[in-house]
Design a protein around this ligand. Sequence first.
Ligand code: DAT
Length: 200
Amino acid sequence: MARQNPNIVITGTPGVGKTTHAEQLAQATGFQHISVNQIVKDEGYHEGKDEETGSWIVDEDKVRIATGHPIHPNSTTHTTNPTPQLLDHLESLSLADKGGYILDWHACDLFPERWIDLVIVLRCDSTLLYDRLTARGYKGKKLEENMDSEIMQVLLDEARESYKEEIVVELKSESNEDVEGNLERVERWVEQWRRDRQEE
Ligand code: DAT
């Protein structure tokens, strides 16, 4: 069954504005916002809280084992899928059939290509990001790693490697005006996506 609405991934380094965008976009479109971080927390795909920062430490192994995609999820070389808990969880939402979901996570390469219609990579100036992350209590190695990740455009590269170039969009998220402009742009894109499907 062809989906009626697109599925959108919003990704980027922690602090770039994924939650801000996803919540507002969900409100504007009526789509469902899925915070993968929340699922990781609720379903126990974590190793408890980081004493230093108080944030959840994602159990990468569990998520990787859960997805059955230890190296590259869209690669066809991986046939083992022992406990596809996280993807099962997402699949149980009929995500691929129905559409209309906004997936928000600081990684994107675990979502199968066939589920996803648009990948938004949010970007932010490093000084601004530094302020946002320190305000959130990030420090030491965790702060450094996330800053490096943004500067080295790790998430943008990951998105470009994992999905078709034409569905990956890089958007600036530094000001409230950026959020407004981005939302307008994505809303227009959703309308066009629907029109294109109606014409088919
Ligand atoms: P993420 O979900 O990527 O970790 P967030 O949405 O929680 O990020 O935003 C982190 C903080 O930065 C939060 O206080 C809101 C603020 N922020 C994010 N994007 C912004 C923007 N484009 N303009 C102004 N503030 C922004």
